[in-house]
Design a protein around this ligand. Structure first.
Ligand code: ADP
Ligand code: ZN
Length: 536
């Protein structure tokens, strides 16, 4: 109520209605807008589709009208800038983009009294590395023509660190040299740790913090076990045909070849016109596919993760993960591209153990420092845990990653686990777990490498060829749980790996020229009794 008494409130409503054609505020929009209008640094965490753009575009337009001021928007993606520029220009809002190709000459645009842009989009590297841009900002500041700095998709700051690590500290330059210009950081994905990183990097420790639930109520989450390749493709094709024929969707796969293969099969065998998209496409071709998809001329895209970020397409009805995402954060972002218009949309994640292994392998690849590798492994484990957990609400699981609580009742059956009405059997599996650990210890002591299959075979007392070759059938623990159902043994094993009781280590085998990866297991002390629950 108090916010509506602000002296500028009438101007806000005026511009909201006349320029943006929007009739009312959504959660936290007025709050965050008033916060920057009052001059505070502001952290704005809002889910995708929540209406973040309005919270910096609207005050930018108002202050441009009132005081001819400029808002600088730092945005990590050209596609995103172009998109926003287009829609702003359509509304008659003067906007400029300064990217890596822009030169000093472009700075004159900021000074020209003829145009007076309301928003100026710049890339992070430009703001960090360009001294003329920094000089220009100082000049604007001294002339009282700088209103605000908005950092869009602020969670990407944590990854800028990899590209411009040395210079990232330069961002504090903004806060130090432009002390009266509010900085707004916007993101739809940030763990508590990420939030701290963003705040530290931008030096906005005294910012006002606005957060809201990251829940996306219109998304339906499902995890499915992968069957064999043909069965899986059939499953995907039939799902699209029965629920989403002719609608827009994204299927994520790991490699270029995977994308091309699946796009071809869907098109030729199933009559679902699909287009591959990956990093190796020519830049022109990439642009073309992205534009056609945005216009709705291509409906289904089979893509590597490079696709979709910053593309503002509202009617994406399904996002399918054919391969595991690298982290829960990635998963949230990628599924978040579905249903931005608020209509029901489906998110399906297909899982099998070897995909988890593949992720782990990536985390162990050469050239990664120990800390990064550890983080990647922890992220991968979290994803696997999510896949294995067939009892807790998917939303509760995902949002807990962002330290948000989500009561199961609020899901209203919009995820596979909440819909599943079969009884949950809590079981104490400590003794089985203990046997498995003893077995792994013996294997480790025998100084032999063992794969997951070999360990499970040994656990179940199955004498496969490699079990015999490695003499695992001579171990005391061989067959310790003979008669246990294999699926159960597999789940127990995976659970123990997730809980870091087993730690897979990947070593390259130099005897063969192919870089073959084998694994063996170090056994940590069991940290707690494993009381696990399984639902069949
Ligand atoms: P985000 O960047 O948070 O994902 P956008 O800023 O792209 O979300 O907004 C998503 C959609 O919601 C856009 O189509 C936008 O026009 C619309 N929108 C934003 N605020 C409002 C509002 N207060 N009322 C109605 N529609 C809104
Ligand atoms: Zn649920």
């Amino acid at each position: 109520a108090e916010l509506t008494k602000r002296p500028y409130y009438k101007d806000l409503v005026d511009v909201r209605e006349s320029v943006f054609k929007i009739q009312s505020w959504r959660e936290n929009q007025l709050e965050t807008i008033c916060s920057v209008m009052d001059g505070y640094d502001t952290f704005n965490l809002m889910p995708t589709g929540g209406g973040k753009s309005l919270t910096f575009q609207l005050p930018a337009v108002v202050m441009n009208r009132l005081k001819k001021q400029i808002t600088i928007v730092i945005s990590p993606l050209i596609a995103l800038m172009v998109d926003q520029q287009r829609s702003l220009e359509e509304r008659g809002v003067n906007t400029i983009i300064l990217n890596s190709e822009s030169t000093q000459h472009h700075a004159s645009l900021l000074h020209s009294h003829g145009s007076r842009p309301a928003l100026v989009y710049v890339s992070p590297e430009k703001i960090i590395t360009s001294s003329w841009l920094q000089r220009t900002l100082l000049e604007l500041y001294n002339q009282d023509r700088l209103f605000m700095l908005a950092v869009d998709e602020a969670h990407t700051i944590t990854s800028w660190g990899n590209t411009f690590r040395e210079t990232l500290s330069e961002l504090c330059w903004l806060r130090e040299n432009l002390p009266n210009t509010p900085i707004m950081a916007l993101t739809a994905t940030a763990t508590v740790q990420h939030r701290e990183e963003i705040i530290n990097t931008l030096c906005i420790s005294r910012c006002k913090m606005f957060t809201m639930s990251l829940n996306r109520p219109n998304l339906n989450y499902v995890v499915k076990r992968k069957s064999d390749r043909n069965g899986l493709i059939k499953d995907i094709a039939e799902f699209i045909q029965s629920k989403h024929m002719g609608q827009t969707g994204i299927i994520y796969r790991q490699s270029r070849k995977d994308c091309e293969d699946l796009a071809t099969i869907l098109t030729e065998a199933w009559g679902i016109h699909a287009q591959a998209f990956h990093a190796k496409l020519e830049p022109e071709e990439k642009k073309r596919v992205q534009a056609m998809w945005q216009r709705g001329e291509i409906k289904v895209v089979v893509a590597t993760i490079a696709f979709g970020m910053g593309v503002d397409k509202k009617d994406v009805r399904f996002v399918i993960h054919y391969a595991l995402p690298g982290s829960m954060s990635e998963y949230y972002q990628e599924t978040g591209r579905a249903g931005r218009d608020g209509n029901p949309s489906d998110c399906i994640l297909y899982y099998q153990y070897s995909d988890a292994q593949w992720l782990m392998k990536c985390a162990f690849q050469d050239g990664k420092n120990e800390l990064a590798s550890k983080q990647l492994r922890a992220d991968a484990r979290r994803v696997v845990e999510y896949c294995l957990n067939n009892t807790d609400c998917r939303r509760t699981q995902t949002l807990s990653y962002f330290s948000q609580e989500f009561p199961r009742e609020m899901c209203k059956g919009q995820c596979d686990n909440c819909r599943d009405k079969s009884p949950i059997n809590w079981e104490d599996v400590s003794y089985e777990a203990y046997d498995f650990i003893r077995l792994a210890e013996e294997v480790h002591a025998s100084r032999q490498d063992a794969t997951r299959i070999m360990l499970i075979d040994t656990f179940l007392g199955k004498t496969g060829e490699s079990v015999k070759n490695k003499r695992f059938d001579q171990l005391k623990s061989f067959g310790v749980r003979r008669g246990t159902n294999r699926g159960r043994a597999e789940r127990l094993f995976d659970e123990l790996t997730c809980k870091q009781v087993f730690e897979p280590h990947y070593v390259s085998n130099n005897n063969t020229h192919k870089k073959q990866l084998t694994e063996y297991f170090l056994v940590c002390a069991m940290r707690s009794l494993v009381c696990s629950l399984y639902r069949d």
